[in-house]
Design a protein around this ligand. Structure first.
Ligand SMILES: [Zn+2]
Ligand SMILES: [Zn+2]
Length: 350
């Protein structure tokens, strides 16, 4: 069944733009040729565009600019995080570590490093390329000023802005009739997140973002990516929901993730890094006496939040198991300077 939209407008035409080719051409640019062309034509017609940048990867993984390869943990099927200082790759689920290769293990390219583009850089690139366009930006920094985001959205709706650059804040439920082009600057940032749901979330985000285009007339979306064959990108571009979810469920079954398991995330946090790590280790050892599949402890992908160091152990239960087997004894929960939280069916593992 085809997803229908109110008013029966056809879905936007989606173009997947291969950033590997842009890099191979020797003229790497934030706006690749497909997006550049689409933007030129949109502005010439006096219509509007939204350029979307997925949230920055919390801790970046390495990404090959030539073949799109992203290293991932063989045990957990989540991306490895790159630790620059020590030049190591680390899994934030099971704590597996290995030295970071200098070149891409798949194709030998030296262009093998973390992604790092922010909304400001995108805004700057648009201003440089289209000096007469009115460009605005919506991201976490802008959102700190009360009413600033609403003001930008109002200007966009009233046609005072030609190009809006934004993070996922622009993705949801907003109706801008003049917007006929949506550009996804890099689909890859979401795919590099160390969470088993990153594929599904990226798929949903891409379909949602592409849906911003052409609410009132025929629209177009350009998805720039280093991984054009990635299922999240391929199926989102085809706006093919059922095959995507069928494939995704197969992956979850193979890697033992929900709904084929129940997850319990035990998190220990403290201003004292060693204390948090020590308690997380003790809890993981306790749990291993009752439960077969306990991963970690490992530092959380968000290793430090508000001055507190965070370590977690991830328990995989059978769906029919009593969650009680993953109970943490009271004595561990009352540690003087380590806070322990037990999250059953966690929404996020970051
Ligand atoms: Zn490569
Ligand atoms: Zn792992």
């Amino acid at each position: 069944s085809m997803p229908a939209r109110v008013g029966d407008l056809s879905l936007p035409k989606v173009v997947v733009s291969d950033l590997r080719e842009v890099f191979r051409s020797g003229k790497p640019s934030i706006l690749g040729p497909d997006l550049h062309l689409a933007l030129t034509e949109t502005l010439r017609r006096g219509e509007q565009a939204i350029l979307f940048l997925n949230r920055r990867a919390y801790a970046g993984s390495l990404l090959c600019r030539e073949c799109g390869y992203v290293p991932s943990c063989p045990n957990c099927s989540v991306t490895f995080t790159f630790h620059k200082g020590a030049r190591r790759l680390r899994c934030h689920h099971c704590n597996a570590q290995e030295p970071a290769p200098d070149v891409c293990p798949k194709c030998g390219s030296h262009r093998f490093r973390p992604l790092g583009i922010g909304t400001e850089k995108v805004e700057e690139a648009v201003r440089e390329t289209f000096p007469r366009a009115v460009v605005a930006r919506v991201d976490r920094d802008v959102a700190r000023r009360a009413g600033a985001v609403e003001a930008v959205f109002r200007k966009l709706r009233e046609g005072e802005i030609n190009v809006l650059v934004g993070t996922q804040m622009v993705a949801k439920g907003l109706d801008f009739p003049g917007v006929t082009l949506v550009g996804v600057v890099t689909a890859d940032t979401g795919l590099c997140l160390p969470d088993f749901r990153s594929t599904e979330r990226t798929f949903q985000l891409l379909t949602q973002v592409c849906g911003r285009s052409g609410r009132a007339r025929q629209g177009m979306a350009v998805i720039q990516t280093f991984q054009p064959e990635h299922p999240a990108v391929e199926f989102a571009a085809a706006q093919d929901y059922e095959p995507f979810f069928e494939r995704e469920i197969g992956e979850r079954r193979d890697a033992l993730y929900p709904p084929f398991t129940r997850l319990v995330n035990v998190l220990a946090s403290s201003e004292d890094r060693r204390a948090a790590e020590r308690l997380a280790t003790e809890i993981a050892d306790d749990l291993r006496r009752h439960v077969v599949r306990v991963l970690g402890p490992a530092p959380c992908p968000l290793e430090r939040v508000k001055g507190r160091w965070r370590y977690h152990a991830l328990v995989k239960l059978d769906p029919t198991d009593d969650v009680g087997v993953a109970t943490v004894p009271e004595s561990r929960l009352t540690h003087p300077n380590v806070r322990v939280t037990v999250d059953v069916d966690p929404v996020s593992l970051l």
